[in-house]
Design a binder for this molecule. Structure first.
Ligand code: G6P
Length: 608
């Protein structure tokens, strides 16, 4: 995730200054590099670099830039580490095109090879730079800028919000959108483009939200939008927003946690688009050849690791050891050459996970880091890196980064299962196809379960304790659900293997005690049904997160049911996480707590 802006026309202040102010309002979308390009007298000037907006500006002075039109970017690295070269805007060979981009161009390698074969010289490792060179190619072939844009859009695959300057038409900022958000801000004598409304809210509150597949340009006095070569009339889409700047940075959501829960379809789509099948095959070979596989992480990341552990050992029979990273010492004597460690950390900075990585690497273990932050310490110190592309997460309790981790780990496990002969080509194709289309199902799940989650939250809000029970692959999801409730709603919650509940936990159960059941693995459903009946017999408030196919048998038994679509168990772990996140969120809000900043917790823990 990154933030982009574009401006053409005059708001009565120097354009460099206005662009910096807009970018600062988007800094929550990424902050590892920043840059601005303006066009003045038919010449494009770019100033950019690694660091936060204020640091880069102090070095290169982009607030000093003047011009008719300009674009700006604040970056969250996905392709290419944070560096001066990889900072946006990117330009073509002749310096007449400058582009900023949010999203992932999934076919950029292929495009780059074609462009390099035609003599284009690239100066960055980003996926974005292909856009500038493609555009250059088309205008050199005597297409108009709009025709060139049309052709460029037809060549791009993946997700993008783009703002582009062309020196030949200086009063225009060109744009295109697919999946990544892009909004037009309408002014008198000026128009804005931005990833998000707060960017320009101090200048205008009249907005048009662009839809997927739309592209066009803004001038100081007009907006032109097209889709598939046909003009689109967007007049009816103009709306006036009356948000406070505070609310605006949350896109109208009352909390970042809720916004980030709702962002999961996009986070998963970007994560999928960023996966490289060659790299997955290489890493799966490594896992298959390993003597042992250690899996480690803390908090929510540990739970994602447990799902992976289950897939590798339970389904594939690999010799795995999963542990909380703070407990790594217990496993040191087992570790040596020929072993592999998978270290999961959204921030890439958690000290316990970092210590485990350092110690195990010194013992000859090869480490695969799974992280959301490109070039953070853990991936940097690891042998291999697998990135989630969830974008920055502001809420302290992890939500979208967790489901993005599950997606990456499910894809890696499926690739290993294919390599290990546990899955045939067809089964593998089905699982990967399911993961690819999961963002749509996540969207559907959010829409269909939110009201129910709010209702169940009203029944949970007055309780002092809750159990989360499951069996098999659902157990880490139960653990994550319980952790979320504890973290943000401050209700004591514990997860157990459902069978284990009879060995102690059930002693606490009396009338109205909440017990949540997560049914994930088909092979455990009969046993789980028995556990529901045991809890019912003691008057528990039984709540189930159940795939639609098991609705007939559980629907009658449970006090409350949250239904999810039917998918295979690995993908189901992602779908089942959604209602549990919403439940924790709404319970926290009903109890009067701020879910974004839970007491005593930190987003990144850098002390042992
Ligand atoms: C803290 C956060 C959790 C997170 C854990 C691990 O406890 O509050 O949300 O899961 O750290 O963080 P990491 O960045 O390593 O995933």
């Amino acid at each position: 995730m990154c933030g982009i802006v574009g401006l053409t026309g005059s708001v009565g202040e120097r354009i460099g200054l206005v662009l910096r102010r807009c970018l600062e309002r988007l800094e929550y979308r990424g902050y590892d590099s920043a840059g601005v390009a303006v066009v003045n007298g038919g010449v494009i000037t770019v100033r950019k670099g690694r660091g936060k907006i204020s640091e880069v500006d102090a070095r290169v002075n982009f607030t000093g830039l003047n011009g008719v039109s300009g674009i700006g970017h604040t970056r969250w690295a996905t392709h290419g580490k944070p560096s001066d070269e990889n900072a946006h805007p990117h330009t073509d060979c002749s310096g007449t095109v400058a582009v900023v981009h949010n999203g992932i161009i999934s076919n950029y390698r292929e495009l780059r090879e074609q462009l390099e074969a035609r003599g284009h010289r690239f100066t960055s490792d980003t996926d974005t730079e292909v856009i500038a060179h493609l555009f250059e190619d088309y205008v050199k072939a005597r297409l108009t800028a709009l025709e060139a844009l049309r052709e460029v859009v037809s060549r791009l695959r993946g997700t993008y919000a783009i703002a582009l300057l062309y020196a030949g038409e200086p009063d225009k900022v060109f744009f295109a959108r697919n999946v990544s958000p892009l909004i037009i801000g309408l002014g008198n004598g000026f128009n804005f483009l931005a990833s998000d409304i707060p960017a320009f809210l101090e200048y205008t509150n009249r907005v048009i939200t662009l839809h997927d597949g739309e592209y066009g340009f803004i001038t100081p006095g007009s907006v032109y939008v097209e889709r598939g070569g046909e003009p689109v009339d967007v007049k009816a889409r103009v709306r006036v927003v009356n948000w406070s700047p505070e609310l605006a940075s949350k896109e109208g959501y009352p909390h970042f946690m809720l916004k980030e829960i709702h962002e999961q379809p996009r986070a998963l789509r970007d994560t999928w688009a960023g996966l490289d099948t060659d790299q997955l095959s290489k890493l799966s070979d490594l896992l298959l050849k390993a003597r042992r596989v250690f899996i480690t992480g803390s908090g929510t990341s540990y739970h994602a690791g447990l799902v992976f552990d289950h897939l590798l050992s339970g389904l594939m029979g690999l010799d795995t050891h999963a542990f909380n990273s703070s407990e790594y010492k217990r496993y040191v004597k087992l570790a040596g050459d020929g072993d592999v460690m998978v270290a999961v950390s959204q921030s890439g900075e958690t000290i316990d996970t970092l210590m485990a990585v350092r110690v195990f690497r010194r013992l000859g273990v090869r480490v695969i880091a799974v992280s959301n932050i490109v070039d953070s310490t853990i991936p940097r110190e690891s042998d291999y890196q697998l990135y989630t592309r969830a974008g920055p997460e502001v809420g302290v309790a992890a939500t979208k980064t967790f489901t993005a981790q599950l997606m990456v780990l499910n894809a890696l496990a499926a690739t290993a299962a294919l390599g290990g002969g546990v899955l045939g080509k067809d089964e593998y194709g089905l699982i990967m196809g399911e993961l690819e289309h999961l963002p749509d199902l996540v969207n559907l799940t959010i829409t269909s379960v939110e009201a129910k989650a709010r209702h169940i939250a009203s029944r949970l809000a007055s309780k002092a304790s809750a159990y989360y029970l499951s069996r098999g692959l659902g157990l880490p999801i139960a653990m994550e659900g319980a952790l979320k409730l504890k973290e943000v709603a401050y209700i004591h919650a514990e997860a157990y293997p459902a069978g284990e509940s009879k060995h102690g936990p059930i002693a606490l159960v009396e009338g109205g005690f909440p017990v949540l059941f997560i049914a994930t693995d088909d092979e455990y459903v009969d046993a789980l049904e028995g556990n529901v009946m045991e809890m019912n017999a003691r008057g528990a408030l039984t709540i189930g997160v159940i795939p639609a196919k098991h609705q007939p048998r559980f629907g009658k038994l449970l006090s409350e049911v949250i239904q999810t679509p039917n998918v295979s168990p690995g993908a189901l772990t992602i779908l089942q996480s959604i209602p549990l996140q919403l439940l924790a969120y709404y319970t926290a809000v009903l109890r009067g707590h701020d879910p974004d900043k839970p007491r005593n917790l930190a987003k990144t823990v850098t002390v042992e």
